[in-house]
Design a protein around this ligand. Structure first.
Ligand code: 13P
Length: 247
């Protein structure tokens, strides 16, 4: 199964659902539709209405983040996995670099993953190195640490997906070379296999994915799908990614 996950970040109002309606119509007609899953993470404000709208349809709604506690608490502006699940989200991102930069530590992320899984959310755990770490050839060490400090073999592996998003690639149009990316994804899968003492969960790539560079990425067989930012805000761009992946 391949995954095409659209992360809207701080984008979207109720009528933006039209973008997803177009993607849903494409999906229903696509002869390849059984081979992949489309998930979109709109902001918190839209999760409930979009989840209701797409109930029993093909697009799955997720959340971009969740708080590191279960159920209810007295943390202003926080939204727990329990609350996200109660309005219909099926997935949540955890550890997106936007949130790491704003203070999410590995300890917090461990709690987020734990409580998200406890509330039957599937987790898309994001990892990735920054530009300096890449320049200093620290990429693989950084990724190993990000995984080992958050994931462990007691977690429900089948409900976890890992997304590799190099920070220097997000929103910049820069992408890793195919050789580099293949080597990195193989490394991530090896670390995950050791962590879970069984087959690695799906590993996605994210960072400036578009309808054109997806033709390069599709040649790397280890990539199980994509986490798409900018291009997921346009139905045409998002559909082009899927079309060109299977062309
Ligand atoms: P872009 O596709 O805009 O580079 O964003 C990637 C991302 O951060 C998805 O989570």
């Amino acid at each position: 199964m391949k995954y095409f996950i659209g992360n809207w970040k701080m984008f979207g109002v109720p009528k933006s659902i039209n973008i997803l309606n177009k993607i849903n119509s494409f999906y229903l007609k696509d002869k390849n539709c059984k081979k992949y899953r489309v998930i979109v993470t709109p902001p918190y404000t839209l999760i409930e209405s979009y989840s209701k709208h797409f109930k029993n349809k093909k697009i799955i709604i997720g959340s971009q983040n969740c708080y590191q506690k279960d159920h209810f608490s007295s943390n202003t502006s926080a939204v727990s996995p329990f609350m996200i699940k109660s309005v219909g989200a099926q997935y949540t991102l955890v550890g997106h670099s936007d949130n790491r930069i704003e203070g999410d530590t590995n300890h917090m992320l461990k709690n987020k993953v734990h409580f998200a899984l406890k509330n039957n959310l599937k987790v898309v755990f994001c990892i990735g190195e920054n530009k300096k770490e890449k320049q200093n050839k620290k990429t693989l060490n950084v990724l190993t640490r990000q995984i080992s400090q958050v994931l462990d073999k007691n977690l429900k592996k089948n409900n976890i997906i890992v997304a590799y998003e190099p920070i220097w690639s997000i929103g910049t149009g820069k992408i890793p070379s195919s050789m580099e990316l293949e080597k990195t994804i193989i490394h991530i899968k090896k670390v995950l296999k050791t962590t879970f003492k069984s087959k690695s969960p799906a590993v996605l790539y994210g960072g400036s994915v578009d309808g054109s560079n997806v033709k390069i990425f599709k040649k790397i067989k280890e990539i199980d799908g994509f986490l798409i930012g900018g291009a997921s805000k346009s139905s045409k761009k998002f559909i082009d990614i899927i079309k060109n992946y299977y062309r």
